[in-house]
Design a protein around this ligand. Sequence first.
Ligand code: ZN
Length: 346
Amino acid sequence: MARKKILVTGATGDTGDTRISKTPLVDKGFASVRKIGNGLYATISDWSKGNTTVCNGGFLVGRDAALLVEGFATPAGASFQMDALRMVSQAPVKGALDTHYHLDHSIGNAFYGTRGIEVWAHSAAARRIVDSYTPLQGADQAAALGAFEKRVKDAKSEVERAHAQSDLNAFKTVFQLANASVLAVPNRPLDPAKLPMKVELGGLTAVIESYPGHSGTDMVVRVPEQNVVYTGDLLANGWYPACLDEKTTVFGWRATLETFASWDKDTLFVPGHGQLCGQSGIAAVREVFDDIAEQTGNMFKAGVPAEEAQHRYVVPTKFENFFMFSWGFTIGGAITQLYAEWREEK
Ligand SMILES: [Zn+2]
């Protein structure tokens, strides 16, 4: 019985999907790598065990070439995944794809630079890495965190204070990650207008596609022949969706999830965070968005200001185990964004 319990709570998630190898290729605590298909591997992170990788990723290995997914939160994280790839194949690496520009998916790019590996990403990703993270590098921590600390101090209620504190904690992590590594930007921009793009690896075809939602730079890697998708942060399984980006679009994201839900019922998703999942993972995050939209819609119609609405949202019992990066970077952001999108619609 104990064995069964490990299977349902481990990195394989609760999919029961027989494509997922029960034995990891490698497990370092902060992340493990396992086979999930023919030539397909998933790197699943456990953030509670350190900041080396933070996000999930993986690699695809064909007869002739390999494709890496994600740059992770540190060069050591990218190096860890490269070592795992070399345990199963010596094929030349065509490229390493950052599914979007956020630092937990891109800051380890410097490792790829040292190996002469091309870093692929949405054509807007390089600029956004520079604009978002170079101002943090070398900045004074107290100054960088000042606005967040002020919100904690000025909070008008305990609820608001707790939300502000969660945002401060999350931003502190971002600040520290941005300062811990040398930035390296993608050198092969992928124009979303020219996607989908097929990547032939030799007996294995991957397709890179772009969808709106999380960051304005989101890409997924699909393997249609095997019904496997590496989603980046368009899916964080069992997490409240991170709506922290100025380019987040809730309308767009919900439409993207509807598309994911229309794919084969046996699709295996490698989410940007959280455990591997099937369509139930997509259904759950769609329900979260439905709930946010429902609670927010009522407040919007009643004329509650957006600033107040984001603190009034109540996490339903069924989602109370969902991980939240911080209140403002998930629910708060979603509600502010929904207000803006509804206003625009009028
Ligand atoms: Zn992200």
